[in-house]
Design a protein around this ligand. Structure first.
Ligand code: NAD
Length: 355
């Protein structure tokens, strides 16, 4: 089925508000989830609400929790998310990091103990809007691991994402690399499962370590696992996410001595940079324009199935298309959202769908 932006936004707003969030938190969470759907990342959109509702019921996600500052030493800020909605606490931590960066030129910001912070690109977008550059390293804990090491036959990580963001110019759009370090993001495996689809060859193993394309192995016990992206290189980045985002923020890594309550906790180490403290901005913009044009002018490979793009372009294209044509949603996710709404006593009969 196809949903309009307004319908999906409305449904998310009603669910998050009925689950206890105040109006401002509800708006932040709903805007974040809707934008994930609009940019083509259904894995991190409204479909996450089922997980969030389970976490709230289990006391593992605490609505109406603001980020709290643990330490402030000038260019280094440490925050605790207090298991609040990650979309809210990470946004608040970024707002403070961006404000500080205007004074100090660079900020190292650590955020620990946030419930799922969603699409990391949304924090890169905050920096871009502020004219700043940011780098984000994230680990995922409080849940059994579901991603292997390179050559590993059992899971040792979750999908530890990274994100790099740099503003654009008047000729070139911003670049935003925002990616899971697993071959397929976990939420995309959920989307494939619900849509009755297989995952690409080489992306997962079953509980016996045998390669498979069936996403059901991730849900049934004993569980299979996703493989890292880029073989040993993606695995290397996932490992560094554990140490940078897990150990260095104080939030903890995926090592089994740390508790796993079954929810999703994200820890994030972020570097925010004011480029004007390093180079003349006219030079930087000219380099961005020239380098981007150089990459995009490359001839296509003989087996290319799409044009050459800079990171962030697929999301921009999805945003234009989905704003115009609506947001596709599989029947299982739609039914799940209606069931959540019914459970919370939320009325949905007036919501319009496009078939
Ligand atoms: P993806 O593979 O769709 O895209 C990854 C990156 O590659 C994006 O920056 C995209 O713009 C770029 N890209 C895609 N196709 C391209 C092409 N043909 N040419 C050039 N660039 C291209 O994303 P993903 O790895 O599946 O991650 C999906 C989302 O999941 C992200 O928003 C990520 O932050 C989120 N995520 C969150 C968590 C968490 O714990 N909060 C964990 C994992 C992933």
């Amino acid at each position: 089925m196809i949903l309009s932006e307004t319908t999906l936004h409305d449904l998310i707003l009603r669910i998050v508000a009925a689950a206890g969030s105040d109006a401002s938190e509800t708006a932040i969470v709903a805007d974040h989830l809707l934008r994930a759907n609009l940019t083509g990342h259904d894995s991190h959109g409204a479909g996450m609400l089922a997980t969030y509702m389970q976490s709230i019921k289990a006391g593992l996600l605490k609505p109406n929790t603001a980020v709290s500052k643990v330490t402030d030493s000038g260019a280094i800020l440490v925050f605790d998310g207090g298991r609040g909605y990650g979309q809210r606490v990470a946004r608040e931590a970024m707002e403070q990091a961006i404000a500080r960066c205007r004074e100090t030129g660079v900020v190292l910001m650590a955020l620990r103990n946030a419930h799922h912070i969603g699409r990391i690109g949304s924090y890169g977008e905050q920096s871009i809007e502020a004219g700043l550059i940011s780098l984000h390293f994230v680990n995922v804990t409080d849940h059994p691991p579901l991603v292997t090491a390179h050559n590993g036959g059992a899971a040792r990580f979750l999908t530890n994402p990274i994100c790099f963001a740099i503003p654009g110019t008047d000729k070139t759009p911003p670049a935003l690399l925002d990616m899971a370090t697993s071959k397929v993001a976990l939420g995309k495996a959920r989307v494939a499962l619900y849509a009755g689809k297989q995952l690409p060859e080489g992306s997962l193993i079953d509980a016996d370590g045998q390669p498979t394309t069936d996403p059901r192995v991730l849900m049934a016990e004993p569980r299979g696992a996703l493989r890292p992206c880029g073989a040993y290189t993606g695995y290397g980045i996932a490992f560094f996410c554990e140490l940078l985002a897990g150990a260095l923020t104080g939030g903890g890594t995926m090592q089994p001595g740390n508790p796993r309550h079954g929810s999703i906790v994200n820890n994030m180490l972020t570097i925010v940079i004011d480029p004007a403290r390093l180079v003349d901005l006219a030079f930087l913009r000219a380099e961005i324009d020239a380098m981007t044009a150089y990459v995009l002018s490359s001839p296509p490979a003989a087996d290319a199935d799409e044009d050459i793009m800079i990171a962030g372009e697929p999301e921009r294209r999805a945003l234009v298309k989905r704003r115009k044509e609506g947001i596709p949603m599989d029947d299982n996710t739609w039914k799940e959202l209606l069931a959540i709404a019914a459970d919370l006593g939320v009325k949905t009969g007036d919501l319009q769908t496009k078939g």
